[in-house]
Structure formats: structure tokens, C-alpha cells
Ligand binder design. Structure first.
Ligand code: SF4
Length: 61
């Protein structure tokens, strides 16, 4: 699976600290997800980041 950050992101930074291998903060101050299939060993952290997003801005694609 892979993830995408939608326009609801408020730039809180939680996902990037929970799963930095997949999520990072852009120069615009919002998060971006790497456009890759999440490796097995990162799936739990990536799912935690998705579940922890306060505005539901992380979608599975
Ligand atoms: S946790 Fe959600 S609101 Fe916070 S930076 Fe990540 S995508 Fe944006």
C-alpha cells in the first residue's frame, strides 16, 4: 500500500515524527508521503501516523 497526504493537512508534523521513513514536511509546511509502496517493516509506523493525524489528511491510495 501507499499513502498520500491531502489538502486537509495543517502541518502539525506528527506523521513525520511517527514515521519519518515515509512522511516528511515540505517547504510549504505541509506533509508529503513518499510515492512508494510502504515496506513491510514500515507499515505499522505508517498506519500509526495515518491513525494519529488529527485532521484525517492521510489517505491510502
Ligand atoms: S499528521 Fe496530518 S496534519 Fe499533521 S503533518 Fe501529518 S498529514 Fe499533516
Amino acid at each position: 500500500m501507499r499513502y498520500k497526504v491531502n489538502e486537509n493537512c495543517i502541518g502539525c508534523g506528527l506523521c513525520a515524527s511517527t514515521c519519518p521513513e515515509i512522511f516528511s514536511m515540505s517547504d510549504e509546511g505541509t506533509a508529503v508521503a513518499k510515492d512508494i509502496d510502504v515496506p513491510e517493516e514500515q507499515q505499522a509506523a505508517a498506519a500509526e501516523a495515518k491513525d494519529g493525524c488529527p485532521v484525517g489528511a492521510i489517505e491510502e491510495v
